[in-house]
Design a protein around this ligand. Structure first.
Ligand code: BTN
Length: 326
């Protein structure tokens, strides 16, 4: 009822009559008033006028279940939605839910994470109220070897969602970091559980620095936020909804071929390091070359100085710009 009342408040041009709400939901006036109070406590500004009803006069930057349900226009992402004010890590929560049988598309969102996880065992700093810390439970009908491409799909979804909701021209740094002004705004952590040669589930965790205004010294040089780039705060639920919609679109294309064939062209257009000199670091050492774009398997093609083209597989290497991060 709360998310529906919120949706009605958001879409109504005038006042919403308390009486109509009571009739629609078959509840008492007190029950409706309690929902309005809860929304006010979460930060929404609601004007109540006797004999007229309720009207939304100010939105809040919250990402609660009711807010997200009022914003999401997806087909399957978020049909099950779990919101936490605080949690250890949305990836850990999503994994637990997946083990308990949570369906494909289950979305876990938190306002803050105590122990956010980054790639390569690093921590992901996830302060309260200023970021998007979310994880998706996916049950893709593909072989385990293809799962790493879902990270690329997620990177494309973040870039498209950020562009749509803010107008900022986010780009991708292979394989999946979203970049603005040469700095990272988003990280993606994909984890998988398999059984013989079958995927049980994949957890795709997405962290976006939305209204973060300061970063720890060690990452300050290479991290930025949507707010820093735009010069004004961004409503997080708008970004989540746009990313989720884009993810559904790209995921459907991915499933047509079980690889990046249909997405390659769009991916390569958004690739910030395309045609740039990059340094590839793998277990054998490092070399330089020109990044050409991805192939249908999602590997980065890098042309060495002698003209040979290497196919760089994500997860095994790190690719950097020759002068810095990008
Ligand atoms: C990276 O190192 O670039 C990946 C960072 C991924 C962070 C996100 S935030 C939501 C989800 N929950 C986690 O604990 N990690 C991911």
């Amino acid at each position: 009822m709360k998310s529906e009342i919120l949706k009605m408040l958001k879409t109504s041009s005038g006042y919403l009559s308390g009486q109509q709400l009571c009739e629609k939901f078959g509840v008492s006036r007190t029950a409706v008033w309690k929902v309005i109070r809860q929304l006010e406590e979460e930060g929404y500004k609601i004007e109540a006028v006797r004999n007229k009803g309720y009207r939304l006069t100010g939105e809040a930057d919250v990402i609660t279940q009711a807010e997200l349900q009022s914003m999401l226009q997806t087909r399957w992402i978020g049909n099950r939605l779990e919101y936490f004010d605080e949690t250890d890590s949305t990836n850990i929560r999503a994994r637990k839910l997946a083990e308990e049988g949570a369906p494909h598309g289950t979305l876990v969102v938190a306002d803050s994470q105590r122990t956010g996880k980054g790639r390569r065992g690093r921590a992901w700093i996830s302060p309260r109220g200023v970021g998007i810390w979310m994880s998706l439970v996916l049950r893709p009908p593909i072989c385990p070897a293809g799962a790493s491409m879902l990270t690329l799909v997620a990177g494309m979804a973040v870039v498209k969602g950020v562009r749509k909701s803010t107008g900022l021209k986010a780009m991708i740094k292979w394989p999946n970091d979203a970049i603005l002004s040469g700095k990272k705004i988003c990280g993606i952590l994909t984890e998988m559980s398999t059984e013989e040669d079958r995927i049980r589930y994949v957890i795709t965790g997405i962290g976006i620095n939305v209204n973060v205004s300061s970063f720890p010294e060690e990452i300050a040089e290479k991290a930025t936020s949507l707010k820093e780039e735009l010069g004004e705060a961004v409503k997080r639920s708008l970004v989540i909804a746009a990313v989720a919609e884009a993810f559904e679109e790209f995921y459907d294309s991915f499933l047509k071929t079980h690889d990046m064939s249909c997405l390659m062209e769009d991916y390569n257009k958004a690739l910030v390091n395309r045609n740039r000199q990059v340094t590839v670091l793998d277990s054998r050492g490092q070399y330089q070359g020109r990044a050409l774009g991805i192939d249908p398997e999602g590997s980065l093609l890098v042309q060495r100085r002698d003209g040979t083209v290497e196919s760089v597989i994500s997860g095994e290497v790190s690719v950097r710009g020759i002068y810095g991060y990008v």
